[in-house]
Design a protein around this ligand. Structure first.
Ligand SMILES: [Fe+2]
Length: 319
């Protein structure tokens, strides 16, 4: 091992994610942070994956790679999502769900540290398309959740189900198009990209019991929107508006801006009621019979003329 004195250009990544796409990573420098210093791993004699597994055995979860190598990781993720690789007949649907979940986690990791670029958006679009295809092959979203909940994180499952449900609800409007659905899908994958697993738990408790949120969570819609505003050429403005508004409420009790009812974008209204439906569905442990109760809860919180059309389209889709 050799010592590295500076963290310049080093990007933190989970070891599990590197292992998942490790087949072509030979040559990538791996650094660990020990005793206040970055140390470069020497793997001339050992296999890349063997070293990573040994680090895992020492209870290490994350390592650091050079910023320049992130492109290689993204290329590998993109390759694993290519139709040829993804739809290989030897691959089970469970493995496919794991692949999209890991891909999503890697994109989240990189976007948080490096911002978003064209390739990340392409991968997010591919993740969304692949998952929607798997969802369309399931008898219902309830069946999908029950079958695949062990193969991916709850956060990812909620993102893709919000994307799927939003698309179905958008289809109820005369202005529906693939492009509009893609804008909502991108918002569902990006809106909480800066949040951790623990932040998700806090948010869940906030939605259920109105427990107070810390400033980091209250700021996440503006934090994500600031990350994306720099890339207006690749992120549609409607996607950014949804992200900014996704925790607002028509009575002005939401966050971060506490906007009033008449300032909601119609696409945001659709996205918000769909996201809340999926969130309540998880809370109800995917019990299909509780959908009427869930709809009533959402109706109560989003009772407003601005949300009427979105609400009625959601009722039609899930009833
Ligand atoms: Fe959020």
């Amino acid at each position: 091992m050799s010592e590295l004195n500076e963290s310049n250009n080093l990007i933190k990544i989970k070891i599990t994610h590197l292992i998942k796409f490790a087949s072509n990573f030979k040559g990538i420098e791996v650094h660990v942070y020990v005793n206040g210093k970055f140390v470069k791993m020497n793997y001339h004699d050992d296999q890349f994956v063997d070293i990573l597994r040994r680090l895992q055995q020492k209870d290490l979860e994350e390592v650091y790679i050079n910023q320049l190598d992130c492109k290689r990781v993204l290329d590998e993720v993109q390759k694993s999502l290519s139709s040829k690789s993804f739809y290989d007949p030897k691959t089970t649907d469970e493995k496919r769900v794991e692949t999209v979940d890991h891909s999503f986690e890697i994109i989240k990791t990189f976007v948080k540290q490096l911002g978003i670029d064209k390739q990340s958006v392409e991968i997010l679009t591919s993740i969304n398309q692949k998952t929607i295809t798997l969802l369309n092959e399931s008898p219902s979203i309830f069946a999908f959740i029950k079958r695949f909940k062990k193969n991916c994180s709850e956060e990812f499952m909620q993102c893709v189900l919000t994307s799927y449900l939003s698309s179905r609800v958008i289809d109820k409007f005369p202005w529906a198009s693939i492009q509009v659905k893609e804008k909502a899908s991108l918002a569902s994958l990006l809106c909480d990209i800066t949040l951790s697993k623990e932040d998700f738990e806090h948010l869940k408790n906030y939605e259920l019991d109105e427990v107070p949120l810390d400033q980091k969570i209250l700021n996440h819609p503006t934090e994500v929107s600031a990350l994306l505003l720099e890339k207006r050429d690749i992120i549609p403005s409607e996607t950014i508006t949804i992200i900014e508004q996704h925790h607002e409420r028509p009575d002005g009790s939401g966050f971060p801006f506490k906007i009033e009812s008449n300032r909601f974008n119609q696409l945001s209204c659709i996205f918000i009621v769909c996201q809340k439906f999926i969130s309540h569905l998880f809370d109800a442990e995917f019990d299909y019979e509780q959908r009427a109760t869930i709809l009533l809860k959402i109706q109560k919180k989003y009772h407003s003329k601005t949300f009427e059309k979105a609400m009625s389209a959601l009722v039609t889709v899930v009833a």
